[in-house]
Every structure is written in structure tokens, then in C-alpha cells.
Design a protein around this ligand. Structure first.
Ligand code: N01
Length: 494
């Protein structure tokens, strides 16, 4: 179903070009069809539907937000197989969503956007793609920021003679059976695939720079009776989703966005989880974080700590000095001979946006507008860039709840802007610089004493200057209240 005949790109001026066929792009497409906004097209650089869930296929890939909450409110699925969905099931959900909501005729796979320039005279975007130019009155970027794999700057990385790959571009042709594997990184991706590949490795060495706080996952299959209830009594499914929403939302409402007494209680819970699985005191010490819980993304897993107890798994906490053709050499001179290196080193958030050559009003590029750090009004619109809407843009990431809830609000924001244009018979809508500055000052103010800034860690949430350009510092409810519908007083319509 993924294989799409390569249809020609649209020749007419589109009302909307949607970049990306992941959750954001598909949600935007569905809502455009419902609201009669068009013509629109969805371009996707990958060879399939699903965005991050199409690309990240590492063993054990799953979502750490429950399935019934990690899905679009207007595309319910009653028969999720597990409490926490695995990658294949989410990817299938997204493919079915595209098919069932009539998006396939709008979709152009294998089409990467390389740049876009605002044409002031015509009031439209001239977009360059890997398959030719496209014109569109407006753009919704559903690219997100986690699709540019970050490879570590370790001397000699290119010299390794074995197989090496990043977790986001998993080499399924590489047989890991009986191999000596090195995994660099201990974030959300690593803790999911390490237990899987440890089962077949001759030996697995995990290179940890910073241990993560890990909570129990309690994943389980969803039984036939519950599935039937969710199918025949939609209210039961809605109630379940609502319950999941509040369980997660309470974390923000109760104050987990700051260091508090609750932080200590949650840390004690995580330490107990570690102690139950790892009786070895020295290993436990190495796996215990030295920063406050919540500063980096809190991970959930029931099989990562047990995997660290396997006789064929070892944890290396020293500093890596260099990579050689044979493996990894540590600063203390110790060496690890390896057949395979897996980089679980995350993504380059700013790089994901920086690679796009977007030129707004008066020749201003997005890179210039963001030279002091990324920022957008509600994380969605940027002054100087009319009719451009970012989904999962700066400062809209969540540590406590489902991103899909944020995406849905962002889609509504973009659509309310487009509908306002149509109502007023105008062609360009652009956020006022003062509205954007006010929003950013408020967000940065709230972030300054937040757990992400004051919790004693560094993370990919912060840019080179230490400014947090990734996280939304409040509740989903607060974000949705502010972002769901655009207030025209924040915008200039021309
Ligand atoms: O990447 P990460 P990820 N030498 O950035 C280490 C989402 N996600 O792919 O902490 C040695 O979390 C780095 O060490 P340190 C989610 O938003 C969601 O795992 O910087 N180590 C860290 O341990 C997540 O936050 C799901 O000291 C180096 C690791 O590499 C985001 O994706 C599942 C290093 C990177 O961890 C990224 O997660 C998976 C170096 N030079 C991912 N450079 C869900 O379930 C980096 N590291 C929804």
C-alpha cells in the first residue's frame, strides 16, 4: 500500500501545500477535506506514509504514550492491540487513516521540499522540491524536528571497519546474531532496542554518557472484551481516552514542570524500579541519574534494566576517546573490539529546520530570523513568513502528554487563519512581531526556573546558547486554550 505511483506534481496554484505525511500532515489533510479547503497536496520525502513511524523501525520501537491517546481524536481506533502501541501498528494506523480519509490522491511520496520563497507580488509560496517546483498560497510544515539523525562528533568515527548505523536508519540487512555490538547513547530509542538486540548479540556494550530516569511501563495487551466494548460502546472508548488524558495531564497540572517535593517522590519511585531489577550495587550506582527527574525526557521501560543484568551485556560509563577500525577506545585506554556500532544519539533539532531554505518577506530567511534561536508564535507562525504554519514547531514539545493533542490544536490554528483569509477575501496572513515577541518572552520566562532548565542536566531541548527552544512549559489544556483558534488581533491580514 505504501508504493505510490509517482504522479506528476500539481501544476495549478494550490490553496495549501502540506509537507510531510506523518501525524501532522495527515491531520491537516483530513481537516482540509472536512472544511472544503483546497486544492491541496501532501508531499513526503520518504517512500511511505507515517513520518517518524515509517522511518524509525528499530527492534522494539514503540510509543511511550498509550495508543488510545496517541491517535487522532477524529480517527478513533477501537482495536489497538496493546496499551502502548508498537511502531508497526502506529504506521499501519497512519496508512489506513490516509486511505480511509481520501488522502491518497493528494499524496506525493519521494518528494522532498528543498526550499520555498514567498512571492510578494503574487502572494504565494514558490516551493522547490526534489521533483520540481510547486506553487501554493499557504504551507503547513508537518516535518517536526526529530528527523535529522545526529551522529556524534567522535574522532575516527568514519574509520570503523565493521557495520555502523543510526537507530533512525536501522540496517535491517545487518545480521546481529552472534555479533559484538556497541550501542552509543541511552535515550528513549536505545532503551527500547537494547533489550531486543541483547537477545541475539554475542556481547553488547552500552556506552552511557548520562543515565536516564526510567519508570515502570506496565504495558499489556488489550483484551477482546475491552476491544468489543470500545467498538460497540464508543462512549466507553472516549471515556478511556479521557482518563488517559487526565492521568498524563495531571503531571503538568500538579507541578512536575518545576523541581518540587513531587520530583523527589517520583525519583524514589524510579530508584525502587531500578533496585527491583538490578541487585548489583555498583551497576545500580552507574545507572542512577545525578540530575533531577524530568530534566530530560522521563523514560518508561520494564525490560531495559533486566537487559542490563544479562551476562552478555556490559555498561561502559567512561568517556569515549576515539573510534578505530576495530572498535571503541576509551579515554582511560580501555578498548572494546566491536563488529557493529549502533548510534542511538538522537536528532539534530535545529538542523532539521536549518536545512530548509525558506525565504520570507523581503528576502528574510528562516535561518536569519532564527539566528538567536528558533521561535514562533504559539510555536506555529513566524513574523516575516506569511501563510506559513509549523506543526510541532519550537517550544511545543511535551514531556508529559501526547503530542497528538498539540498537533490537533496547531492544525486548527492554521485552518482558522486560512478560513479568516477566505472570509475576508484576502491573500496573506502574518503574525505581528509584537505578538510573537510577547509569546516568546512569556514562554522563556516560564521556562527559566523550570525543571528542564534548573534540573541539573543538558539536553537536546536546549540550543547551543542553552536556551530551551523545544519544550512547552505548561499543560496541554493551557496550550490548546491559547492556540486552538487564531485571534486576528495577533495577525496582520493583507
Ligand atoms: O535520542 P536522545 P533518542 N557520546 O537525544 C547520547 C523521541 N522518541 O533517539 O544524555 C556519547 O534522547 C546522549 O547522552 P547525553 C523523544 O522525544 C520518542 O533516544 O546527551 N553519547 C543520550 O543518551 C526523544 O526525546 C519515543 O549525555 C552521546 C543519547 O545519546 C527523542 O525522540 C521513542 C553522544 C541520545 O538520546 C530522541 O530520542 C524514541 C556522544 N557524542 C524517541 N551524543 C516514543 O516512545 C549523544 N549521546 C514516543
Amino acid at each position: 500500500m505504501n508504493a505510490q505511483p509517482t504522479r506528476p506534481l500539481p501544476q495549478q496554484t494550490l490553496a495549501l501545500l502540506i509537507i510531510g505525511a506523518g501525524f501532522s500532515g495527515l491531520a491537516t489533510g483530513i481537516r482540509c477535506r472536512q472544511e472544503g479547503i483546497g486544492p491541496f497536496a501532501i508531499v513526503e520525502k520518504g517512500d511511505g506514509i507515517g513520518g517518524t513511524w515509517h522511518e524509525n523501525t528499530y527492534p522494539g520501537a514503540a510509543c511511550d504514550i498509550p495508543s488510545h491517546l496517541y491517535s487522532l481524536s477524529y480517527v478513533p481506533k477501537h482495536d489497538w492491540s496493546r496499551l502502548y502501541p508498537q511502531q508497526a501498528e502506529i504506521a499501519a494506523y497512519l496508512r489506513e487513516t490516509a486511505r480511509d480519509h481520501g488522502l491518497l490522491p493528494h499524496l506525493h511520496l519521494g518528494t522532498a521540499v528543498t526550499g520555498a520563497a514567498w512571492d510578494e507580488a503574487q502572494s504565494l509560496w514558490r516551493v522547490e522540491t526534489s521533483r520540481g517546483p510547486v506553487r501554493a498560497r499557504a504551507i503547513v510544515s508537518g516535518m517536526g524536528g526529530l528527523h535529522h539523525p545526529a551522529l556524534p562528533d567522535i574522532p575516527g568515527r568514519e574509520s570503523f571497519s565493521g557495520t555502523a548505523f543510526h537507530s533512525a536508519t536501522w540496517d535491517h540487512a545487518c545480521d546481529l546474531g552472534g555479533k559484538r555490538i556497541g550501542v552509543i547513547g541511552t535515550g528513549a530509542s536505545a532503551i527500547q532496542f537494547v533489550p531486543e538486540i541483547a537477545k541475539e548479540a554475542a556481547h553488547l556494550t552500552l556506552f552511557q554518557r548520562t543515565p536516564a530516569w526510567i519508570m515502570p511501563k506496565h504495558d499489556r495487551a488489550i483484551g477482546a472484551r475491552a476491544k468489543a466494548a470500545y467498538r460497540f460502546v464508543p462512549f466507553a472508548r472516549r471515556l478511556f481516552r479521557e482518563r488517559l488524558f487526565w492521568i498524563h495531564e495531571l503531571r503538568a497540572l500538579m507541578g512536575f514542570t518545576k523541581v518540587s517535593k513531587l520530583t523527589g517522590q517520583a525519583e524514589a519511585m524510579a530508584r525502587r524500579h531500578l533496585a527491583r531489577a538490578v541487585p548489583d550495587k555498583a551497576l545500580r550506582e552507574k545507572l542512577t541519574p545525578r540530575y533531577r527527574l524530568g530534566c530530560k525526557r522521563v523514560l518508561i521501560s520494564d525490560d531495559f534494566y533486566p537487559a542490563m543484568m544479562r551476562p552478555n551485556v556490559s555498561l561502559e560509563t567512561g568517556r569515549i576517546a576515539r573510534i578505530t577500525p576495530e572498535g571503541v577506545v576509551m579515554q582511560d585506554g580501555g578498548a572494546h573490539a566491536l563488529d557493529v556500532i549502533v548510534y542511538a544519539t538522537g536528532f539534530d533539532l535545529t538542523g532539521s529546520f536549518r536545512t530548509l531554505d525558506i525565504v520570507g518577506r523581503g528576502g528574510l530567511t528562516l535561518a536569519q530570523a532564527w539566528r538567536d534561536g528558533m521561535g514562533a508564535f504559539q510555536g506555529i507562525t513566524v513574523a516575516g513568513f506569511p501563510n506559513l504554519f509549523l506543526m510541532m514547531g519550537p517550544n511545543t514539545g511535551l514531556g508529559h502528554n501526547s503530542m497528538i493533542l498539540m498537533i490537533e490544536a496547531q492544525v486548527e490554528h492554521a485552518l482558522s487563519c486560512l478560513k479568516a483569509l477566505a472570509r475576508q477575501g484576502r491573500t496573506a496572513i502574518e503574525v505581528r512581531p509584537e505578538a510573537q515577541a510577547r509569546f516568546l518572552a512569556d514562554v522563556q520566562g516560564r521556562l527559566s526556573d523550570s525543571i528542564w532548565q534548573a534540573g541539573g542536566c543538558t539536553s537536546w531541548y536546549q540550543n547551543e546558547q542553552g536556551r530551551n527552544t523545544a519544550i512547552w512549559p505548561g499543560s496541554v489544556l493551557a496550550y490548546r486554550r491559547g492556540a486552538r483558534r487564531a485571534r486576528l488581533s495577533d495577525y496582520r491580514v493583507s
